[in-house]
Design a protein around this ligand. Sequence first.
Ligand code: SAH
Length: 415
Amino acid sequence: LHLPLRRRRFLPPVRCLQKSQPSLLRHLTSKLKATGPITVAEYMREVLTNPVAGYYVRNNMLGPDGDFITSPEISQIFGELLGVWIISEWMGAGRPKQLQLVELGPGKGSLASDVLRVFSQLRSVLGETSVSLHLVEVSPALSLIQAQNLTRDCSQEAVSEDELVYRRGTTAAGLPVFWYRRLDDVPAGFSICVAHEFFDALPIHKFQRTQKGWREVMVDIDPDKPDKLRFVVAPSPTMASSTLIQADERRDHVEVCAEGGSVVQQLSRRITEDGGAALIADYGHDGTKTDTFRSFKGHQLHDVLSNPGSADLTADVDFSYLRRKAGGGVACLGPVSQRTFLKNMGIDTRMQVNISIRSKTIYSQDMFVSRVFYLESQRTTFLYTASGDLRRKNHRLKSAISAEKVYKVSDLVFN
Ligand code: SAH
């Protein structure tokens, strides 16, 4: 399979922290011997989230000493601007008395921490609103790091593994924080959800157009080297190849993240029933790319099938697929480039306060941002205009908010 050369993540190569984890390869080869080839989705799920040896479950992979680095780890400005976006959405929704901030795949908790700093700065705007933070995180190791960053070690693990909330704590400002394994477990209520570099970690199915029709790409043991894995093409249609390809598909190779589609369906349902908005930021495309499945180790491209569990696996997010899955009950905006989104959110002004090379780096990241809203309200995000104001784009609603104070990014005091 062709691997694109574009690097998803950067920084020079550094010492690789993770030792090889032959147990996951052993587990996979014995499974393959017993059941035959597995789908790429199953391979990705096992490698990333196997409860004992999965890459995300075992490792702290973020940062210069890890395998990759992300915008929130590069600069606090990214999370701060998202904090402004969240508050503007909450205001646009009529300032509900309860605001659940939900983050999918929070990494080290840096994004949430930067968002909450903006919440503290705008405490007078939030007034008596009851704000809570809900983190969906599969990795117990990362949840601990998140807890250290967000609750200063004041968090408690659940006594029983059956509890939906597996950790809980309180931030220094007194906001309750809850950890869940799945979005389904987060309680109903008005929620604003952010997912940064989360969807690209969800398992994808891969399909190849052949003379006999679409066939699924599978993972099998290499017959010549029993401790090596290889890709094979299924000889006949699989459940996924029969159901996940669009009838008018023109590409010859397609990746479909069914799990990502189901997460977006859940988000849409929540937004339709309880109100709210979601923002998805990730490396991605709009239904045009083909083979994007790749692996990173120590900030370098790595063979996706070698030494499973020791390196990150990722695939670009197909935003056209997510939009289809969101359905007609919500409005989807974007994707737009991260650069455009940050520009509209006022990064230029913010950077005048704290100009750094790191801030410029997030500005130039080759990423997409997409938003999902409740359709009826037709709300749009605040746009940053040349005059320096944050103004509402939707003029129909303008009169309704004319009495509100309009905040400028430059008004906010950041630490
Ligand atoms: N959002 C962070 C981290 C990105 S890495 C940032 O931008 O810095 C991906 C994150 O998603 C990690 O926290 C990882 O543990 C989590 N994750 C990956 N797969 C997951 C899954 N299936 N369910 C919940 N969390 C998952």
